[in-house]
Design a protein around this ligand. Structure first.
Ligand code: MG
Ligand code: MG
Length: 248
C-alpha cells in the first residue's frame, strides 16, 4: 500500500525536506581536505537539532551516526570516523531530518578540492541522471518510468547502475513503500498518484555495478574499487509533475 499524504502531512514533509536541504548547504562549506567525517557528522547533528528536528538515520537499524559519509569507492552507508578528507576525494553525504514525525531524505556527492576529470564527469552525470529520473514523475506515471530514464541515461555514459539499493517512499517512516529502482521498464510497476512522496536516488559507478558490504556491516563499496556517486531528492508527486521537497 502506497500512502497518499494529507495536506497536513505534506506541510510537515515540506518542512522536513527544507531542513534536510539546508543541512546540505551548511555542510558543503566544511568539505575541505583535513576535515574528518566524524566532524562533519557532529556539525550535521548540531545543525539539525538547532532546526528543531532530529537526524533520521541516527540509530536507524542501529546505524551509529547522524549522516552517512561515503568516500570514493564507498557507494553508501559509510560510517563517520576519524578518516580525514583528502584533496581529490569525492564524498557522498546522505542526510535525513525528521520534523514532527515526518522525514526528508537527500544525498549529494561533493568534490574535495580539485578532483580528476573522470570523477567530475561521474558527479555531473549522476546528478543529471537524478533529474532524468524525476522528469518521468507525474500523476498517472509508473515507477518503472523513473528507472528506465535513469538506467538509459547511465548506460549512455557507460556508468554502472547499482541495483541492490533503491529509492523508496517517504513519510512518517524514512523508508516506505514503494521501492523506486534505478532501472526498469516504462509502463511497469506501481502507479504514481498525486500526493505520494518518494525519494529518487541513483547510485552510479565509474566501473562495475557490482558491490559488496564491508566487515563493519554497513559500508557498501564497489567491487572494482572505482568511485561511486549518489544523488537523491525527496519529491512530492503532483498532477503535472513533481515538487522537490529537499531543495538545496
Ligand atoms: Mg538518503
Ligand atoms: Mg533514501
Amino acid at each position: 500500500m502506497i500512502s497518499i499524504k494529507t495536506k497536513r502531512e505534506i506541510e510537515l514533509l515540506r518542512k522536513a525536506g527544507e531542513i534536510t536541504g539546508k543541512t546540505h548547504r551548511y555542510l558543503e562549506k566544511f568539505i575541505k581536505p583535513g576535515i574528518t567525517t566524524k566532524e562533519l557528522d557532529k556539525l550535521a547533528y548540531d545543525f539539525i537539532i538547532k532546526e528543531n528536528a532530529t537526524p533520521s538515520f541516527l540509530h536507524y537499524d542501529g546505524f551509529p551516526a547522524s549522516i552517512c559519509t561515503s568516500i570514493n569507492d564507498e557507494v553508501v552507508h559509510g560510517i563517520p570516523s576519524n578518516r580525514k578528507l583528502k584533496e581529490g576525494d569525492i564524498i557522498s553525504l546522505d542526510i535525513g531530518a525528521c520534523y514532527k514525525g515526518y522525514h526528508g531524505d537527500s544525498a549529494w556527492t561533493y568534490p574535495v578540492g580539485k578532483i580528476s576529470d573522470e570523477k567530475k564527469a561521474l558527479l555531473e552525470y549522476t546528478e543529471k541522471s537524478l533529474y532524468e529520473g524525476l522528469s518521468a514523475i507525474h500523476n498517472g506515471a509508473h515507477i518503472g518510468d523513473i528507472g528506465e530514464k535513469v538506467e538509459t541515461y547511465a548506460k549512455k555514459h557507460h556508468l554502472g547502475v547499482v541495483r541492490e539499493l533503491v529509492g523508496h517512499g517517504v513519510g512518517s517512516n524514512v523508508h516506505e513503500m514503494p521501492d523506486v529502482p534505478n532501472y526498469g521498464k516504462a509502463n511497469t510497476g506501481p502507479l504514481l498518484k498525486e500526493g505520494m512522496v518518494i525519494a529518487v536516488e541513483p547510485m552510479l559507478n565509474l566501473g562495475t555495478e557490482e558491490i559488496s558490504i564491508l566487515d563493519d556491516g554497513w559500508t557498501i563499496v564497489t567491487d572494482d574499487g572505482k568511485p561511486s556517486a549518489h544523488f537523491e531528492h525527496t519529491v512530492l508527486v503532483t498532477k503535472d509533475g513533481y515538487e522537490i521537497l529537499t531543495k538545496r
